[in-house]
Design a binder for this molecule. Structure first.
Ligand code: HGY
Ligand code: MN
Ligand code: MN
Length: 412
């Protein structure tokens, strides 16, 4: 199939222009005007390539060649168009564009029956509604309508209120659940978002596992008091307590093992005044590791750290685990199919990688044979306007995707 670099480049440029903060990176919250514009670009391209599309009750967008009925078993490929605030132009986008270009290339060849479905998952990042992979979890059934109704965006709208004019509908969610038998496999093309491939001059890699993730919201409550007349040993300073925990968290991954990481990405302080001892500090913890036993050990240490700091300082504390996703091993048989296709393209030996970042692939992997293809990220930078991947690498990954899905899947 004739994969064309200039079409991929045009997609990347068009979608990069769909942002709420022009000149300051990708700002594409799910269901926002910028997200709808990016989605509409993909749909316009897909319609020109002889495709039809639908939106499922969770708000995810699905595209197939008109000659492929929705009931026919097919390959699935795609990713997300939503971004973190001021993110990069490649995260999620290259997975959508790779599948779109594969559909266009098939159309160029007059193939109206390529058994490939493009999917654009809603809210992969979790920075719009506070929890990640919402569209894929709503479709897969690991989140129900009530759970999605309990989430709110910055405007106080629930998933269903914010997504209503983008096709999200709570009353249809259960009926439109993913049917695993309908798909031969899911392939997600994504940027590595880490330094290894770029540093070792690897351009495309096969991802064989995805790290597990635990996320927490920690609340410390002390006593507001006068910054000038309160002695240091008379304080119940919630922010100082948070600082003690955050500093200790930086050392935690070394105790858990290789590829474990911990991040405090968000903190709020009350009353947040220069001359008042902070009464309240609330912060998030994001813990990742390639093995569940490492996550379990990290969970216990996080709870011990917070309790010790709070006790020492006379603070009340609360630890809420807001997410717990297991480490995921991807599908061996589909991986072998990818390696064989790579050999046919001269991309051998195909490097392999473990993903520290989470992806919708982690949600689908328990239900549908799943693999990912990574494309190198310049200096590993991601979730940042400086995020960059080489067009040639995106093209190479797209060619590999096309080679895998170009042959009809075995019957289910
Ligand atoms: O947070 C992640 O791992 C992904 O980028 N959403
Ligand atoms: Mn992503
Ligand atoms: Mn991301």
């Amino acid at each position: 199939m004739p994969i064309r670099a200039e079409r991929i480049a045009a997609d990347l440029e068009a979608i990069a222009g769909c942002t709420l903060s022009p000149g300051a990176g990708a700002d594409r919250p799910t269901f926002s005007a910028a997200w709808r514009a990016a989605r509409d670009h993909v749909l316009a391209e897909a319609e020109r390539a002889g495709c039809h599309w639908r939106v499922d009750a969770a708000g995810n967008v699905h595209v197939r060649p008109r000659g492929v009925a929705w009931s026919r078993r097919a390959w699935l490929s795609g990713s997300h168009l939503d971004s973190v605030p001021h993110g990069g132009d490649f995260d999620g986008v290259i997975g959508v564009v790779a599948a779109l270009e594969t559909l266009r290339a098939a159309h160029d060849e007059g193939r109206t029956d390529l058994p490939l479905e493009l999917v654009v998952f809603a809210e992969e990042e979790g920075t719009t509604f506070g929890l990640g992979m919402l569209g894929s979890r709503g479709w897969a059934g690991t989140l129900d309508a009530a759970a999605l109704a309990a989430l709110h965006d910055a405007h106080g709208r629930t998933w269903w209120e914010a997504g209503a004019d983008c096709g999200a509908a709570a009353d249809r969610l259960a009926a439109e659940r993913l049917d695993p038998a309908a798909y031969a496999g899911f392939l997600e093309v994504h940027i590595e978002q880490g330094p290894a491939m770029w540093a070792h001059d690897r351009h495309v890699a096969l991802v064989t596992a995805i790290a597990g993730r635990r996320q927490y919201s920690v609340s410390l409550r002390g006593v507001a008091n006068h910054a000038g007349s309160t002695g240091m040993d008379e304080r119940h300073d919630a922010l100082a307590g948070a600082a003690e925990v955050i500093t200790a968290l930086e050392c935690l991954p070394d105790l858990l093992g290789d590829h474990a990481v911990a991040t405090v990405g968000r903190i709020s302080v009350e009353p947040n005044a220069v001359n008042v001892i902070p009464a309240r500090a609330e912060f998030t913890i994001d813990l990742r590791a390639p093995l569940d036993r490492m996550l379990d050990a990290g969970d216990a240490r996080i709870r011990a750290l917070v309790t010790a700091a709070a006790t020492r300082r006379g603070l009340d504390h609360e630890i809420r685990r807001t997410e717990s996703l297991p480490a995921v091993r991807l599908d061996d048989a589909l991986a072998a199919r990818v390696r064989a296709a790579a050999a046919g393209l001269g991309l051998e030996p195909l490097p392999e990688a473990v993903s520290g970042a989470l992806h919708d692939a982690a949600i689908l992997a328990p239900l549908v044979p799943t693999v990912m293809l990574f494309v190198a990220s310049r200096d590993g930078v991601s979730h940042n306007p400086a995020e960059f991947s080489r067009l040639d690498d995106v093209v190479a990954a797209t060619r590999l995707l096309a080679a895998v899905v170009g042959t009809a899947p075995e019957p289910g």
